[in-house]
Write a protein that binds this ligand. Structure first.
Ligand code: C2E
Ligand code: MG
Ligand code: MG
Ligand code: MG
Length: 280
C-alpha cells in the first residue's frame, strides 16, 4: 500500500514538473517573440541629489508590455532571461534605448542627467560589454560620462581579475560604475578596493525598516561612512518616507531613489518631471 501511494506521489509530482517545464518553455518562447515584436519598454526612476533635492539622473528599468497579459514586471521575466541567455539581447536593447532617450533629453535642453542601466551577471560574463558600450555610445551620440552601469556583487566575484579588466576598460571610456544592491552580497572591503567603481547603491532591504530597526540604521550609516572614506558616492534605494530621507540626509548620504519621489515611469512622464523641475 505504501509503495502504491509512493508511486502515486511520484506520478503526481512528475506531472507537476512537466507542467512547470512546459510553462517555462512557453514563457521563453513568448519572451523571444516579445523582443522581436518590440514589446519591451524602458521605465525611468528619478535619482535625487539629497543636498539640492534635484533630479540628477534616472535608473532605466525594463518592463514587458504584453498585448495579452499587460505590463509585466522584471521579476517575472529577468530570471528566465538570465538562465536562457536572452538577457544578452534584452540588455543590449535596454542600453541602446536608454542612450537614445538620453540623447533626446539632452537635445531638448534639459540639464545633463546620469542614466543608469542594469547589467546582469550573465551579460557581464558572456558578452563583451565594453565593446558593446563603445558601439552604442557611438551610434546614439550619448556622452560616456553620463552613462552609469549597475553591476551586482555576484556578477563580479567569480572571476575577479577578468572583472577588474572589464571595469577598467569601461572606466577608460569615461563610463561610471555602480555596485547595485550593496550589502546583500559579499560586501568585502578587499574587493571594494580592487574594483574601480564610483557609486555604492545601498539595497532597499536596509532602508525599508528605518526608523524601526536599529541594526539596519547602523548598517546604513556604516555603509555611507565607509563608502565615503573609500571615495565612493553613496545612493540609497527604495526610499518611501520622509523619515527615511531625513535619516539619510543626517548621515550624509549623497543621493536616493524611491517611491517617496516617484515610481519608475515611462519616458514621456519622466519628461514631465524634468519640465516641472525646470520651472522651479
Ligand atoms: P534593481 O536594479 O535593484 O532596481 C530597483 C528596483 O526597486 C526596481 O524594481 C524599482 O522599481 C524598485 N524600487 C525603487 N524604489 C522603490 C520603493 O521606494 N519601493 C519599492 N517597493 N520598490 C522600489 P523593478 O523595476 O521591478 O526591477 C527589479 C529588478 O529587476 C531590478 O532591481 C534589476 O535587478 C532587474 N532589472 C530591471 N530592469 C533590468 C534590466 O534592464 N536589465 C537587467 N539585467 N536587470 C533589470
Ligand atoms: Mg539597479
Ligand atoms: Mg538595486
Ligand atoms: Mg534588486
Amino acid at each position: 500500500e505504501a509503495k502504491q501511494a509512493g508511486r502515486g506521489c511520484f506520478a503526481y509530482f512528475s506531472e507537476e514538473l512537466t507542467i512547470a517545464v512546459r510553462k517555462r518553455i512557453a514563457l521563453e518562447d513568448r519572451l523571444r517573440k516579445a523582443i522581436e515584436q518590440r514589446e519591451l519598454r524602458v521605465f525611468y526612476q528619478p535619482q535625487i541629489d539629497i543636498a539640492s533635492n534635484r533630479i540628477i539622473g534616472a535608473e532605466a528599468l525594463v518592463r514587458w508590455q504584453s498585448p495579452v497579459d499587460g505590463l509585466i514586471a522584471p521579476v517575472n521575466f529577468i530570471p528566465i532571461a538570465e538562465e536562457t541567455g536572452l538577457i544578452i539581447a534584452i540588455g543590449e536593447w535596454v542600453l541602446r534605448e536608454t542612450c537614445r532617450q538620453g540623447r533626446l533629453w539632452l537635445a531638448a535642453g534639459f540639464s545633463p542627467l546620469t542614466l543608469a542601466v542594469n547589467v546582469s551577471p550573465h551579460q557581464f560574463r558572456r558578452c563583451d560589454i565594453s565593446a558593446l558600450v563603445e558601439k552604442i555610445l557611438a551610434e546614439t551620440g550619448f556622452p560616456a560620462g553620463l552613462l552609469e552601469l549597475e553591476l551586482t556583487e555576484s556578477g563580479l566575484m567569480d572571476n575577479q581579475d577578468k572583472a577588474v579588466e572589464v571595469l577598467n576598460n569601461l572606466r577608460s571610456q569615461g563610463v561610471r560604475l555602480a555596485i547595485d544592491d550593496f550589502g546583500t552580497g559579499y560586501s568585502s572591503l578587499a574587493y571594494l578596493k580592487r574594483f574601480p567603481v564610483d557609486v555604492l547603491k545601498i539595497d532597499k532591504s536596509f532602508i525599508d525598516d528605518i526608523p524601526h530597526l536599529q541594526d539596519d540604521m547602523e548598517i546604513t550609516a556604516t555603509i555611507i561612512a565607509m563608502g565615503h572614506t573609500l571615495g565612493f558616492q553613496v545612493l540609497a534605494e527604495g526610499v518611501e518616507t520622509h523619515v527615511q530621507l531625513a535619516f539619510l540626509r543626517e548621515k550624509g548620504c549623497d543621493a536616493y531613489q524611491g517611491y517617496f519621489t516617484s515610481k519608475p515611469v515611462p519616458a514621456d512622464e519622466f519628461t514631465e518631471l524634468l519640465r516641472a523641475q525646470q520651472k522651479e
